[in-house]
Design a protein around this ligand. Sequence first.
Ligand code: ADP
Ligand code: MG
Length: 390
Amino acid sequence: MGAQQVRDVLGVRDGFAELYGAGPEGVWSAPGRVNLIGEHTDYNDGFVMPFALPHTTVAAVSRRTDGRLRLHSADVEGPAVELGLEGLAPGTDRTWTAYPAGVVWALREAGHPVTGADIHLASAVPAGAGLSSSAALEVVIALALDDLYELGLQRWQLARLCQRAENVYVGAPTGIMDQTASACCAEGHALFLDTRDLSQRQIPFDLAAEGLRLLVVDTRVQHAHSGGEYGRRRAGCEKGAALLGLDALRDVPQGGLDAALAELGDEEEVRRLVRHVVTEDARVERVVALLESGDTRAIGPVLTEGHASLRDDFRVSCPELDLVVDTALTAGALGARMTGGGFGGSAIVLAEAADTDTITKAVEAAFAAAGLTAPRVFEAVPGAGARRIG
Ligand code: ADP
Ligand code: MG
């Protein structure tokens, strides 16, 4: 166990004991994620390729037998929130507690005998930065309860339950990528995930060994996931699939994009969405092939192409994300793109290790010159998926 992890475990154990009067039964962690490539494809049954951040959400948890749920986050002011399991209902909670309560609700709805819990958590995943603090929060609770109540669920099943918690209980229409990434990623790897059947392959992704680095640039622009834009894109994709007579845009056959676009006629908005999703699925497959053949540098231009598609066709970028990408490329990056849902949040930048200082300074200077809040820049090294740590 690394020093940071020891501190995390001790910190939440102490916090738990202070709140609830006795130590927890255990401590679990679940990471945030960065998506390397495959954006807005997960609700189209397509491909994604996230990897786990070293930043995690850590939860100390004990069972209860009295149907009560007590929730506390070190990152939120105030005392523990106490809820009764019988009263849990979708759409009733507009605060952070909807995420963990939603997981308990989803488990019970699926017939799992969860009879209550005391929970105290703390997170190093920046919230609302497109790095999936929400999934980290859901998955850490799901894994803890799966362990404590000996439910024997598979990782992909935990991810599905967490997605249900977020979609139905919280009311945010997200795909399955974030929860699967947090639950299933492996250290030193990116996760090639087929969101249709959740089949997956761990792809070695060791940038340091090749003299490369991947930077995450959090623009500090808060995105609003449950907001209308995401829902509109999603609905547009569903309309596209319906017009084409397909279950999902994933089913546009390889080489069939032009025919599909022709079939959509003057539905310009839908055509643009379809073009992004279909070309993005192909980009994921290209990145997998390049990484598996050891040609890591060559993924740079594919990432940049993905950004252009999200900016021009899917239209989910924003001036701050474009500024990161343009500045990084001008300063010598191999590739750069927005990551996550868009409208703010974070961008990723792939660069030669020797160039990252220059690129970071250039991005910071560009933000200062534009009068923007200073971005938060850090290096992302693929970390472990959710696990018990204490
Ligand atoms: P993202 O997943 O990109 O970080 P979301 O809007 O999906 O952004 O989720 C962020 C929300 O998750 C926060 O507004 C908060 O309600 C909840 N959340 C995340 N981390 C924590 C935490 N450590 N403590 C309490 N709530 C959290
Ligand atoms: Mg989220």
